[in-house]
Design a protein around this ligand. Structure first.
Ligand SMILES: CC(C)(COP(=O)(O)OP(=O)(O)OC[C@H]1O[C@@H](n2cnc3c(N)ncnc32)[C@H](O)[C@@H]1OP(=O)(O)O)[C@@H](O)C(=O)NCCC(=O)NCCS
Length: 201
C-alpha cells in the first residue's frame, strides 16, 4: 500500500515522466489542480449532452477539483492530454468497488473535449493510463460504458482497441434524455493478471 502511494505520488510529481503521445504535439501528463476549469468544462458537456455519464447536473469546478484530489490522494493516476497549453481531455483510474478484496482492480473513466474527439487523444490517454496502472501493480481494469450500444460507440471502440472485452450488459438500468439506457461492462487484464497473488494484501 505504501509502495502504491509512493509510486503514484512520484508519477504525479515528476515532470520527467511526461509521456510523448503518438501525435507529435500532444502531451500526456499528470493532472494538476490548475487543470480543474478545463476538466470541469469537458465533463459538463458530457453530462449535459451525452449519455456516457449518468449524472444529470454538471458538477461545478470546486466539486470537480475535490473529486480529482480524492482520486489522487487515494493513489490512483489522474492524467490529462494537453496540446499547445490547452487541456483536451482527461482520464483516471479509481477503485472498482470499495471493499478490500477488490483492491487489485481499477475502473477507468475518460472524457475528451468535443472539439478534440476522434483525433486519437482518447487512445493516447487510455494507453498511458493502462501503462501507469500496470506499473502500480493493478491486475484488472474494468470500464462501465454508459449507453454502450446506444450513444457510446466511440468508447466501446476505444476500449476494444486496448483489448477490453465485453463481459456483461445491464439492461435499462439508467434513464436519461427521455430514454432507458444499458450499461456495457468491459474488462482488460493488466500485467500478470491472476497468474500470481495480488500485491495488495
Ligand atoms: C469515448 C472517447 C473518450 C474516445 O476518445 P476519442 O479521442 O474521441 O477517440 P480516439 O480518436 O482516440 O479513437 C479511439 C477509437 O475509437 C474510434 N472512434 C472514435 N470516435 C468514434 C465514433 N464516434 N464512432 C465509432 N468509433 C469511433 C476510433 O476510430 C478509434 O479506433 P481505431 O483506432 O480502431 O480507429 C471520447 O469520444 C469521449 O470523450 N466521448 C464522450 C464521453 C465518453 O463516452 N467517455 C467514456 C466514458 S468512460
Amino acid at each position: 500500500m505504501a509502495f502504491r502511494h509512493a509510486l503514484a505520488s512520484e508519477l504525479h510529481n515528476r515532470s520527467s515522466l511526461l509521456l510523448e503521445a503518438d501525435m507529435t504535439d500532444l502531451i500526456i501528463r499528470a493532472s494538476h489542480d490548475s487543470d480543474s476549469p478545463a476538466i470541469t468544462r469537458t465533463y459538463a458537456h458530457a453530462v449535459i449532452h451525452g449519455t456516457a455519464s449518468w449524472e444529470l447536473e454538471p458538477p461545478n469546478e470546486e466539486e470537480m477539483a475535490r473529486r480529482r484530489l480524492a482520486i489522487v490522494d487515494a493513489g490512483f493516476p489522474y492524467l490529462v492530454a494537453e496540446r499547445g497549453g490547452n487541456v483536451l481531455g482527461y482520464c483516471y483510474a479509481s477503485a472498482y468497488r470499495p471493499r478490500a478484496a477488490y483492491k487489485a482492480t481499477v475502473e477507468d473513466s475518460i472524457y475528451i473535449h468535443p472539439d478534440a474527439q476522434g483525433q486519437g487523444v482518447g487512445k493516447a490517454l487510455l494507453g498511458a493510463l493502462i501503462q501507469h496502472c500496470e506499473g502500480l501493480g493493478y491486475r484488472q481494469m474494468v470500464t462501465i460504458v454508459g449507453d454502450g450500444y446506444g450513444g457510446s460507440a466511440a468508447s466501446l471502440k476505444l476500449h476494444e482497441r486496448f483489448g477490453f472485452t465485453v463481459i456483461g450488459i445491464a439492461k435499462s438500468v439508467g434513464f436519461k434524455h427521455g430514454r432507458w439506457l444499458d450499461q456495457v461492462l468491459m474488462q482488460k487484464t493488466l500485467g500478470a493478471g491472476d497468474s500470481t497473488p495480488s500485491p495488495f494484501t
